[in-house]
Design a binder for this molecule. Structure first.
Ligand SMILES: [Zn+2]
Length: 472
């Protein structure tokens, strides 16, 4: 049974879908004004693993991730420029073109990291009419007010405000800086619609002013459109956005629909670089593209899933090198099992069930990927031992490979050099193995040469095992 840590209740809860066999999941997406950084990579790989494990468990997942292409200001307060507009002005490119360019870049990075495409990737610029309608609805219901052409959500009208991030409105008020926006009734109120300055590039007509939507409203509107106006199952995102972004989403959605927005809130943690919080101003924010220049995508993915999604990650060369070593270990294991699966040897009493149970127990415990991986490493150690003892047969290898394929549908590791070895080569490998077992080294060497001539090399490993790979 799947248990997940719900940020909303601050405890682990058994996952119960609203509709049997189906899961609706909304994940806050990146603001597309720059290349995705490693923190995004970590977050969206984590969400991908959650989605894939739900699919492994038999659920059909409707997975929504937006691209924020308007309304996200550089400052979380309600002042300042829109991040995309600022980039558009400095580069003298249309904001929509900026967004298109970085959406494409993000898609490339996600594909490299083997993140399954979302069911839908909505963009707020395509939802302006619906955002206006939603905002209008909030005014009619008494949760929002117009002031000087902008519209604000009145936080005091929503008593549950702060329930996700655990912040209390009194404390927030005490800590609020001197309010710079005279249009707001309370410093905690946040913008649903912002009246545009004349030089603002993206602007739309609304009943209140020519302007543009606030950042938070998009997620409420797009999740309602694509997952329905009822409660949906899982809302994901980065924990740095729990306040104010997610908190404001909850206030808007629940005020508008009168229902709980999402049952489970799953928030990933951040990535430090060499122990320091990665940020643009410090110049240590690493893009996914930078990391991909140094490491294979599967190494980065393995590095990410080697930590629990709720723990802080630290990017260091050593930790990436460790992931590289581990990936090689997994790679060798799979190649060995593939070679053995065609060997024609009889089965042993090897039982894969305990490994499946371990994998599921780890994943069912709030997606504990490091523990699930350690179960895989135990399996590798055990099979290596059995290989040395020659007490593993072809049917065992087939069983192990089938298990590997099932769990790797969740881990999503694209192994390096994993290629289909032609049957002809496998036959020669088998003969060579027989010769080796019989200590007939001249024949074994001759067969090795023959295999090499056909473009494949055999590498003997320390544990009396071997790897076959194309000689490239
Ligand atoms: Zn959001």
């Amino acid at each position: 049974m799947l248990n997940i840590y719900n940020t909303l209740s601050r405890k682990k809860e058994t996952f119960k879908p609203i509709n049997p066999g189906k899961v609706g999941m909304y994940v806050c997406g990146p603001t597309v004004y720059d290349h995705c950084h490693l923190g995004h990579g970590r977050g969206y790989v984590s969400m991908d693993v959650i989605r894939k494990y739900l699919e492994y468990s038999g659920y059909e997942v409707r997975y929504i991730m937006n691209y924020t292409d308007v309304g996200h200001l550089v400052n979380d307060a309600e002042v300042g420029e829109d991040k995309i507009e600022r980039k558009a002005k400095t580069e003298k490119i249309d904001p929509i073109a900026i967004a298109d360019y970085y959406i494409q870049s993000c898609k490339e990075d996600f594909a490299a990291l083997n993140i399954k495409p979302a069911t839908f990737n909505p963009r707020p610029t395509k939802y302006v009419d619906q955002m206006i309608k939603f905002t209008q609805g909030l005014i009619e219901k008494g949760f929002a007010y117009e002031s000087n052409g902008s519209v604000y959500f009145s936080v005091e009208k929503f008593p549950e405000y702060g329930k996700l991030s655990g912040r209390k409105t009194e404390e927030l008020l005490a800590g609020a800086r001197v309010e710079i926006d005279p249009n707001k009734r309370s410093p905690l109120d946040f913008a649903l619609w912002i009246k545009a300055d004349t030089d603002h590039i993206l602007q739309w007509k609304s009943p209140w002013s020519v302007g543009y939507p606030g950042w938070h409203i998009e997620c409420s509107v797009m999740s309602c459109d694509l997952l329905g106006e009822n409660t949906f199952d899982i809302h994901g995102g980065g924990n740095e956005n729990a306040f104010p972004h997610n908190e404001n989403e909850i206030a808007q959605s629940e005020a508008y629909t009168g229902q709980k927005m999402a049952n489970y809130w799953m928030l990933w943690n951040m990535v430090n670089v060499d122990g320091v919080k990665a940020s643009k101003s410090l110049g240590n924010a690493l893009s996914i593209k930078d990391a991909l220049e140094k490491y294979a995508a599967a190494v980065i993915r393995l590095w990410i899933i080697s930590s629990h999604y709720r723990s802080v990650m630290n990017y260091t060369e050593e930790s990436l090198d460790q992931a590289k070593t581990n990936l090689q270990k997994i790679n060798d294991f799979v190649l060995n099992m593939e070679a053995l699966s065609t060997a024609g040897t009889p089965p042993s009493d090897f039982d894969i069930e305990p490994y499946r149970e371990k994998f599921e127990a780890a994943m069912d415990d709030d997606l504990n990927t490091p523990l699930a991986l350690s179960g895989l490493y135990e399996l590798i150690t055990e099979t290596n031992k059995l290989l040395v003892e020659s007490s593993l047969g072809a049917p065992d290898a087939k069983k192990i490979l089938a298990f590997w394929k099932r769990i790797n549908a969740v881990f999503g590791l694209e192994l390096i050099g994993q290629v289909e070895i032609p049957q002809e080569i496998l036959e020669l490998v088998k003969k060579r193995e027989e010769a080796r077992q019989n200590k007939d080294f001249p024949t074994s060497d001759q067969l090795r040469d023959e295999i090499e001539k056909l473009g494949y090399i055999i590498e003997d490993t320390k544990d009396n095992n071997f790897i076959i790979k194309p000689a490239k």
